[in-house]
Write a protein that binds this ligand. Structure first.
Ligand code: ATP
Length: 274
């Protein structure tokens, strides 16, 4: 019998095909019900925890997951659920809000570079340097030639990071307009979610098509062999978490991280310790 989760796998953006960013692409059907899917995800999360330990001890690489997505697409949810599997000591989370006055006086990659995880660590960017070709483009915060030049800058930056041992994976959490409506409405209606509601989110929702164009061009220009983009169907949170957990398991397994053997001089010096 075919493995019921075998269709639940992310593939990097294929530049030979038109990238689908409509409502349909925000869902994939799973033959598992929610409980079964969450149980399958729990197995992946346990595996992530094991893999992190060897990854940290091995210390040859860092892992950076870049999360982008419209408001309420679930970036915080992925960090809470998927990154919740890791030992927090080995994890670094960085969030990118509107740049501060100091950040605006630097090049746009300055603030991102400072929070790239060092080798041995697993990092996540909640939003990222890609805001500089997304929000900045759509809200017309700098002239077009300025943001256009950034695709090349980003590709070169990410290449330099991978040459330095950073493994980069980038996920665009893709939600449909209908699903975003329901989630923003919940932020208005549910007193425990009111604090997340921002008027700016409604303004960005009105610019839906402009953001779709900006996301499409970002995916087309910055999906590279060294730092691939994945479009994650994210209307269903359980499916979204499963897909990302699985991709991270496969990424960490591919590093073949191993525990370093003990230094013989240390072993000899500790001889006699009982
Ligand atoms: P959620 O997705 O759950 O709504 P959030 O990621 O929007 O949460 P906030 O801190 O409320 O969290 O929002 C961050 C805001 O900062 C976003 O509107 C984003 O577009 C904006 N931002 C991030 N980077 C830049 C940038 N370089 N220039 C302008 N705006 C930016």
């Amino acid at each position: 019998m075919a493995n019921p989760t075998s269709s639940l796998r992310l593939s990097p953006v294929d530049l030979d095909e038109k990238i689908k960013l409509g409502s349909k692409a925000a869902r994939i059907e799973s033959s598992l019900d929610k409980t079964e899917l969450e149980a399958a995800t729990a197995t992946l999360l346990a595996r992530l925890s094991e893999l992190q330990d060897a990854f940290h001890a091995d210390g040859r690489h860092a892992l950076l997951l870049v999360l982008q997505g419209r408001d309420a697409s679930g970036k915080d949810g992925v960090i809470k659920t998927v990154y919740g599997a890791f030992n927090p000591t080995g994890v670094h989370v960085a969030a990118f809000g509107p740049p501060t006055p100091l950040e605006l006086r630097h090049d746009f990659l300055w603030r991102a570079h400072q929070v790239v995880p060092p080798r041995g660590m697993i990092g996540v960017f909640n939003r990222s340097h890609y805001e500089d070709v997304l929000a900045v483009r759509v809200r017309e915060l700098v002239p077009e030639p300025v943001w256009r030049a950034r695709y090349d800058h980003i590709n070169t930056f990410e290449r330099m990071l991978t040459d330095s041992g950073v493994i980069i994976r980038k996920c665009m959490l893709h939600v449909s307009r209908e699903e975003q409506h329901d989630r923003l409405k919940a932020r208005l209606d549910d007193p425990t979610k009111n604090w997340k509601f921002r008027l700016e989110d409604l303004k960005d929702r009105d610019r839906w098509d402009a953001y779709t164009d900006a996301y499409r061009e970002m995916l087309e220009r910055c999906s590279t062999p060294w730092a691939p983009w994945y479009v994650v169907p994210s209307d269903d949170k359980a499916v979204r978490n499963h897909l990302i957990a699985r991709m991270l398991v496969e990424t960490l397994e591919s590093t073949k991280s191993a525990y370093p053997p003990m230094d013989e001089a240390v072993r000899a010096a500790a001889k006699g310790f009982a």
